[in-house]
Design a protein. Structure first.
Length: 120
């Protein structure tokens, strides 16, 4: 339900402040969110993140969100959980709900074996 309501409310909010997207622009944004959600809930054990122009800055500040972060959020249940962010760890860092990674630590990442996702 959240995957429909949040993009719709975003569309309405942007429309209300004068940032009107046509259907195709909105659709591309919606597909980006869908891709992010599916990738983030896949349970893959790789150091992967959704592409963004600010990812290098977030990584420098240790606030980028990788696949493991949201996966760890689902392991504990909602009462004992952490890593609530779905796009970044900015709010988790600010509110102290950011947990350490287990597998996707810098020492564990083998950059000689990149995981790729072809477009076609």
């Amino acid at each position: 339900m959240e995957i429909v309501i949040v993009p719709f409310l975003t569309f309405v909010t942007l429309w209300a402040v004068g940032l009107k997207l046509n259907f195709y622009e909105w659709w591309m944004c919606f597909e980006y969110v869908t891709y992010s959600e599916i990738f983030g809930h896949s349970g893959l054990r790789i150091y992967g993140y959704v592409p963004s122009p600010i990812t290098p800055l977030l990584a420098y500040l240790d606030m980028e969100l990788v696949l493991e972060d949201h996966d760890l959020h689902h392991r504990r249940g909602w009462k004992k959980s952490f890593n609530y962010g779905k796009q970044t760890r900015v709010w988790d860092r600010l509110f102290g709900t950011c947990a350490d990674r287990i597998e996707a630590k810098a020492d564990n990442v083998d950059y000689s074996k990149p995981a790729t996702m072809p477009l076609f």
